[in-house]
Ligand binder design. Structure first.
Ligand code: SF4
Ligand code: SF4
Length: 90
């Protein structure tokens, strides 16, 4: 198992039904480079028929997409307490 895969094995997700990141896909329509497709370490962004799609389950809460999205298409917050990512320690 790769080092990256071993680290991901330590991560536990508790997914809240309310998304902590919301994509305004209308703002994506004239985004040419779509960096979110490449920078998200969890692969939460995909492209289908030219449209950007987003799913929040599996998000690692790194904040990269918020920084990289020049169109400010993401309403971004951390998940509510008790939800989201936690790290198994031993
Ligand atoms: S970078 Fe922002 S505007 Fe561009 S496709 Fe991704 S979320 Fe949409
Ligand atoms: S916060 Fe990080 S892991 Fe979550 S969707 Fe954005 S880039 Fe992906």
């Amino acid at each position: 198992m790769s080092d990256r895969a071993e680290k991901l094995e330590l991560i536990r997700h508790v997914v809240h039904m309310e998304p902590h990141i919301i994509l305004d896909s209308a703002k994506c329509s004239n985004c040419q480079q779509k960096p979110c497709l490449y920078v998200c370490p969890a692969g939460c962004f995909t492209e289908k028929d030219g449209e950007t799609e987003f799913q929040y389950a599996g998000c690692l809460e790194c904040g990269t997409c918020r920084v990289m999205c020049a169109k400010e298409a993401l309403k971004w917050d951390y998940p509510l307490g008790g939800y989201g990512v936690s790290i198994r320690m031993g």
